[in-house]
Design a protein around this ligand. Structure first.
Ligand SMILES: [Zn+2]
Length: 466
């Protein structure tokens, strides 16, 4: 494996920035931003050869640090037993021995794939009245079984559901740990009748009771377990992003799961048809078992009305659409209308903008602002709320797919779907990961609360005519 370096690439124009996608490099699109002097910057992970190519073509490249020096995937790990103990949960077979006393020492490293799966199962054993395991139907390429959990008291009644996703991209280590930590703390606080405190922000017991009593919270913390196992393996690649599809007959392994959903998949906008690309979209939409597991949750639990997909990094809270700029005035100008094929994916033009209702746009911006404010209240970290297109258009992502479903099939319930990019690196030191976990947990409480208020008024799905 060639040595790789974290870099910042400077592009003098927006066109030059967009042209970078033709190089098939590992550039982190979410980090693209406008810098000083009207320049644009984007972070990435490049070999020295790749840096040389860019420099020869007129880009400036700042080399920061060798990737191997920043990989905590294998250096900072914790066992399931240690993690549970640190979280105040004994790991013995007798769940009645549970104590809510949190040990003095916080967890000291990232959980491995098996630890995350074990935690999900343990949660359902320890809190059977409010937490159940959902075994997902599709085994991964490496034959792992994926699991989600449902948290909620009194599931029998018609109640709205919230779906939280993490670990779609393998190297983004914090978010699966974040989601199971959030799940465990929610169960503990509910059972004990207490509130939850994250840094400077506290939520009272009533808020916790309301969430568990009024909604079904579906948590699928590790969508891509094969990828994480490879990232954390001594013989793997700590900066692996995709799943572990062997892509038989093609040159490289892995599909970018967040380019494999059925939203404008065939357009190729912001995706690649090359197996060696970090944004390889796969053979067809939903070619991957991992994305089919996400679809299964949306298909099976028809009460899901909101979704949040948690990625890293860039400190962003995002709402649809990703393929083009939003507009709320022309319902026929939409992703499902073939008359506009070939016109999508260009920023700054008027030929095409993606439609959504004004009501939905209001909900998205209000909710994303609320999540941002929750995050900030913990220790002052400021996330930016933006439409997910950012500087680069994308298609076939989980959030656009979830939100688009009701436009294609009017029998499907609308799912208001957002995404977060947490923190400022893929694998922060675990002490910093704990801070990110605390602040984004407050954001998750806000997202749940915003989803609950949605259930109070019946929502009408906007039908798009094509
Ligand atoms: Zn990601």
């Amino acid at each position: 494996m060639a040595r790789k370096f974290f870099v910042v690439v400077f592009a003098s124009t927006r066109r030059a920035l967009l042209n970078l996608s033709n190089y098939h490099l590992d550039l982190f699109q979410a980090t693209a931003q406008t810098a000083q002097n009207q320049e644009f910057t984007i972070e990435g992970l490049l070999s020295l050869e790749e840096v040389e190519r860019l420099v020869n073509d007129g880009y400036r490249v700042l080399i920061q640090e060798e990737a191997s020096k920043r990989a905590r995937a294998t250096q900072e790990v914790t066992s399931f037993q240690e993690w549970m103990q640190a979280m105040g949960e004994p790991t013995g077979e007798d769940a009645t021995l549970r104590t809510l006393e949190i040990s003095a020492a916080p967890p000291n490293g990232y959980l491995r794939t098996e630890g995350i799966e074990a935690t999900l199962q343990r949660l359902a054993i320890a809190y059977p009245s409010i937490c159940q395991v959902i075994q997902l139907p599709e085994k991964t390429w490496e034959q792992r079984t994926s699991r989600a959990i449902r948290i909620g008291q009194n599931s029998g009644r018609e109640r709205s559901g919230i779906l939280l996703l993490g670990g779609v991209h393998a190297r983004e280590l914090v978010n699966p740990d974040l989601l199971i930590s959030f799940a465990l703390k929610l169960c503990q606080a509910y059972q004990a009748g207490t509130g939850l405190t994250f840094g400077n922000k506290s939520y009272d017991a009533t808020t916790i009771q309301q969430i568990v009593n009024q909604v079904d919270l579906f948590i699928f913390p590790l969508v891509n377990p094969d990828g994480r196992a490879f990232v954390q393996s001594a013989t793997g690649d700590p900066m692996w992003r995709k799943n572990r599809n062997p892509n038989r007959g093609q040159s490289c392994k892995g599909v970018d799961l967040n380019r494999n959903f059925d939203f404008l998949w065939s357009s190729g906008i912001g995706t690649s048809s090359s197996s060696c690309s970090e944004i390889y979209r796969g053979r067809k939409a939903f070619s991957e078992p991992e994305t089919r597991n996400v679809r299964y949750l949306l298909d099976t639990y028809k009460n899901i009305t909101t979704m949040l997909d948690i990625h890293s990094y860039s400190k962003l809270v995002m709402y649809p659409w990703g393929d083009d700029e939003d507009q709320t005035t022309n319902a026929t100008m939409n992703f499902h209308n073939p008359a506009y094929n070939g016109l999508r994916g260009t920023l700054g033009d008027t030929a095409y903008k993606e439609y959504l209702t004004r009501e939905d746009l209001n909900w998205f911006t209000t909710t994303c602002n609320r999540v941002r404010d929750g995050i900030r209240s913990v220790r002052g970290t400021v996330y930016t709320v933006q439409q997910s297109i950012g500087l680069y258009p994308t298609t076939a992502t989980s959030d656009d797919y979830a939100y688009s479903r009701c436009f294609v099939d009017h029998s499907k319930r609308r799912v208001l779907a957002c995404a977060i990019e947490t923190g400022s690196e893929f694998q922060p030191p675990y002490a910093e990961a704990l801070n990110i976990i605390a602040e984004v947990s407050a954001g998750l409480i806000e997202f749940c609360a915003a989803s609950m208020t949605l259930t109070e008024s019946a929502q009408e799905v906007a039908l798009i005519s094509t």
